[in-house]
Design a protein around this ligand. Structure first.
Ligand code: AMP
Length: 395
């Protein structure tokens, strides 16, 4: 990594077409309205910076998974309307993302206006990283800015391909995300505590394998905890389990012993007989046959809460239980509260833990709430993100 990533302070946007990859992959309700515009708001500082510097922003994003075809309800025009409300600048949403008409529209854009290209995933070449598609995008900008942290772990045409063709810069959101994860991963204030939850143990095992080498404590909760407990010989009833992952889990437990990392597992549970919101909830130490663990129990909440509070750096990814249902929310709520109350530096990443923090209304009490689930996990795993490496590659 010989080249540093250049930030916007090194870009004079005056008079330039600034092609900017953003992450406007926002959720929509059944009525076709945007239900959460956090990702649009997160891109505003970069857009404002380009506009006030006299540049012409040309924004590109994906939305959903149209798989290379035009899908009417995945057009970006509703996002354009929301963006116009938020910025107060005219936003022109185009119905294509490449081609002569798009090039003409971009060339004719008035200063002070924003151009939003159509969903880049309407072209199959986007997710394949097609060089031809990247070249077609690159014709729309004099320079490129990547502000799409949530997509930077993907080697896609509008993320990496364009960065290889134009002078490229990191946007303000991307810089903020990288700075937050640097603070966790490079010489953090200790103790460094990682809290990991969620359903799929196979997704998180590589992260745990990397974290046992560098954190002081890992607190495991959520559905993935039961594969660990099963590997230790505990009864787990009908809880979620990935039997094919048990050897990997044992290897992680052994490695934690060797490195002196405290790897904590739930010591009690809130269980239900069915995977359903209204199922009867009971608190138990050992899970009886026919019951499944759906949340961490009160003693675990206390243990995890105290460990989190003692941390000087805390990173949290993944809920402790099925927090979407009220009977199984207390574990995620207790961990969230402890992260908020911790006096150290706190980072929350991953779609579901961010959703939980927002459900409780506590986002303001966290030092950094990440906009990228997969991307933040890959950083915690110690991987380089292709979208960031592509920014480094150019002079
Ligand atoms: P992930 O996408 O792997 O981060 O998993 C997030 C999902 O895991 C959330 O929707 C939770 O409802 C679910 N989850 C958390 N704990 C459990 C559990 N004990 N059993 C089943 N699902 C769970």
């Amino acid at each position: 990594m010989s080249h540093a990533v250049r930030g916007l302070e090194e870009l004079d946007p005056a008079g330039k077409r600034v092609l900017c990859r953003v992450d406007f992959n926002v959720p929509f309700g059944d009525d076709g309205k945007i239900t959460d515009d956090t990702r649009i708001r997160a891109a505003l500082p970069t857009i404002e910076r380009i506009l006030t510097g006299g540049g012409r922003p040309v924004l590109m994003s994906h939305l959903g998974r149209p798989k290379g075809e035009v899908v009417a309800n995945l057009r970006l025009s509703p996002v354009g309307m929301r963006l116009q409300e938020l910025t107060g600048h005219p936003v022109r949403s185009l119905r294509e993302s490449i081609g002569e008409e798009v090039e003409a529209a971009v060339a004719g854009a008035e200063p002070g206006t924003v151009t939003l290209l159509e969903n880049v995933r309407f072209h199959a070449g986007e997710t394949k990283g097609s060089p031809e598609l990247a070249a077609a995008f690159a014709r729309l900008g004099d320079v490129f800015v990547n502000d799409a942290f949530g997509t930077s772990h993907r080697d896609h045409a509008s993320v990496c391909g364009v960065a290889r063709l134009l002078p490229s810069f990191a946007g303000l959101l991307l810089e903020r995300e990288l700075a937050a994860f640097d603070r966790v991963l490079q010489d953090p204030a200790r103790p460094l505590v990682a809290v990991l939850g969620g359903a799929k143990v196979s997704d998180k095992l590589p992260v745990i394998a990397s974290l046992v080498e560098r954190v002081d404590a890992i607190l495991v909760g959520g559905g993935m905890a039961y594969t660990f407990l099963a590997a230790q010989g505990h009864s787990i009833g009908t809880s979620l389990v990935q039997h094919d992952q048990q050897d990997a889990v044992r290897a992680n437990l052994a490695r934690a012993e060797a490195t002196g990392c405290r790897l904590l597992l739930p010591v009690d549970h809130v269980v239900g007989e069915a995977f359903a919101a209204e199922t009867e909830a009971r608190t138990v130490d050992e899970i009886p046959a026919g019951w499944m663990g759906l949340d961490i129990g009160p003693r675990t909440r206390e243990l995890y809460g105290a460990t989190i509070q003692s941390g000087r750096t805390v990173v949290w990814n993944g809920p402790m239980g099925v927090f979407e249902w009220e009977s199984f929310r207390a574990g995620t709520e207790a961990v969230g509260r402890a992260v908020c109350d911790c006096e150290g530096y706190t980072v929350v990443g991953g779609g579901d833990s961010v959703a939980a923090i927002e459900l409780f209304g506590w986002a303001d009490e966290i030092d950094h709430v990440s906009t990228g689930g997969g991307a933040s996990l890959e950083l915690l795993e110690g991987k380089a993100l292709p979208g960031i490496e592509a920014l480094r590659a150019r002079d």
